[in-house]
Design a protein around this ligand. Sequence first.
Ligand code: SF4
Length: 242
Amino acid sequence: MQKRKRLPSNKPADARSRKSITACIRCGTCCKKGGPSFHHADKRLIEEGIIHSRWLYTIRKGELAYDNVRERLLPVDSDIIKLKGQNDSWTCIFFDESQRACRIYAHRPMECKALQCWDTRRLEKIYAKHRLTRADLISEIEGLWGLVEDHQRRCDYDTIQKLVKALDRPQKKKTRKQLIEIIQYDSEIRKLVVAKAGLNADMLDFLFGRPLTLTIQNFGVRVNPSGEKISLMPPIRRSPAC
Ligand code: SF4
């Protein structure tokens, strides 16, 4: 995104011939496809409070996430810290729809500076390098970091993936039970840190990643949380792209 100035049209770049675009036309398409991932170079934005951690969420190691460059769901190899969307949409929390502008333009993260929708080579060069992790930001906060590490160990996505694959095999009753226990732990720890430690609920998706009740759907498993009880529903038929 370039600096604030009115443009005659906000027709999305997707609808135009990208070949004819050689500079940002402020259509907003890239900001509506999801916020950026953070890199070490962006650390100061969070440390200086320009971007508060309640506006972030974490894609945890092993989680299946949509890779915008490769255009499919892939397990991630380390934490990816991202900016949240607005009102459950993919539109970046800092995108001002009425102005078609970035609210933190002068402080926008590195990926936003590199992204040129008409030529993604600059972004491709940096997007998987020097990613910021939760450890980079909070490993020195005693107590809190212990909780995050414990959650990561007990809700490890590699274990979850193995359990999901074993759901069709003999012993599946035991496997279901193990899977449900992991999902229940993930739900309980979130409630606990808000109720007992007074943490802001907006921080949860940064500290513990998004709830397993949601992310496990990418593994083809549906969860039916009815009251305090969690049960697994028949698997979702996944598209070949997933
Ligand atoms: S931080 Fe700004 S430039 Fe980057 S995606 Fe969000 S609105 Fe767009």
